[in-house]
Design a protein around this ligand. Structure first.
Ligand code: NAD
Length: 273
């Protein structure tokens, strides 16, 4: 049986978007291990979502999770998801805006549809979910016995909120947008005791970037960008997210935590550059 670490999230409910796979599923599990109820959002992969929910609910973790389907870029579906989640668990305390995708293309070949889809899911999706979460936090008000903040939002950004990425202009623009969305929300809502931050992963082994690490040659190339010399695992993000949602990090507000093995250290400049 899993030890529920410090039970740092006991009595709280976390909604993790896009958590039927990859980083989202590790974040969902990490929250559950800390005692939080978890809403596993998925858009198409019901089997993946059920697997995550079953894993959390089984004897090993003995947590409490449900899955809810919603496309985070659709306002009505997001509102419906929050309604269902709140009516099941009573409220939502933590939102992890994790859902995201890539549609890569050389700039001159990028279609409007490729541009728009990435902005819709990665940026507008974060706005829509954050707005519903904030409405719920404000409506419900403080529960100091549960958490110092009335609610917490973690935006899954990327090192590409600061590192330009040729061939991925839509993705880098969406994550740059997430940075300013997060900071603007944090500035506006801090006085209301809503705590908002981002996590910016570097290269983490998930389906989104499989071709960058799934052969030894590809992994060797990728490691040139990572001073700490290993590709990240999804649990590297899960553990930071659980801590960032807990009161242990209560004074961290409006910032991005880079979890990237040093990818943002300009490794190409090592030696003579
Ligand atoms: P992933 O493809 O496993 O996860 C993305 C999830 O988002 C999937 O479950 C997918 O179904 C879901 N999703 C896509 N469109 C959606 C929609 N419209 N509504 C709801 N869910 C939707 O890849 P991942 O690497 O786990 O990515 C998770 C997040 O981490 C993304 O925001 C990604 O940009 C970010 N990120 C990943 C890395 C990395 O190296 N893997 C690096 C930096 C940032």
């Amino acid at each position: 049986m899993y030890q529920k670490f410090n039970k740092r999230l006991e009595g709280q409910t976390a909604l993790v978007t896009g958590s039927s796979s990859g980083i989202g599923s590790a974040v969902a599990l990490a929250m559950a291990k800390e005692g939080a109820n978890v809403i596993v959002n998925y858009v198409g992969d019901e089997t993946g979502a059920i697997k995550v929910v079953d894993f959390i609910n089984n004897d090993e973790v003995s947590g409490s999770a449900i899955s809810i389907q919603a496309d985070v870029s659709k306002e009505d579906q997001v509102q419906d998801m929050f309604q269902k989640g709140i009516s099941h668990f009573g409220t939502i305390d933590i939102l992890v805006n994790n859902a995201g995708l890539q549609k890569d293309a050389a700039f001159q070949d990028m279609t409007l549809a490729e541009w728009q889809k990435v902005i819709d899911v990665n940026l507008t999706g974060q706005f829509l979910c954050a707005r519903e979460a904030i409405r719920e936090f404000l409506k419900r008000g403080p529960r100091p016995e549960i958490s110092a903040a009335i609610g917490k939002i973690i935006c899954m950004s990327s090192v590409h909120e600061v590192i330009p990425w040729g061939g991925h202009a839509n993705y880098a623009a969406s994550k740059g947008g997430v940075m300013m969305l997060m900071k603007s929300m944090a500035q506006e809502l801090g006085p209301k005791k809503i705590r908002i931050n981002s996590i910016a992963p570097g290269a983490i082994k998930t389906p989104i970037n499989k071709n960058a690490w799934d052969t030894p040659e590809a992994e060797k190339e990728l490691l040139k960008l990572i001073p700490y010399n290993r590709v990240g695992e999804t649990s590297d993000i899960g553990s930071v997210a659980a801590w960032l949602a807990s009161d242990e990090s209560d004074y961290i507000h409006g910032t991005t935590i880079f979890v990237d093995g040093g990818m943002t250290l300009y490794p190409g400049f090592y030696g003579n550059g």
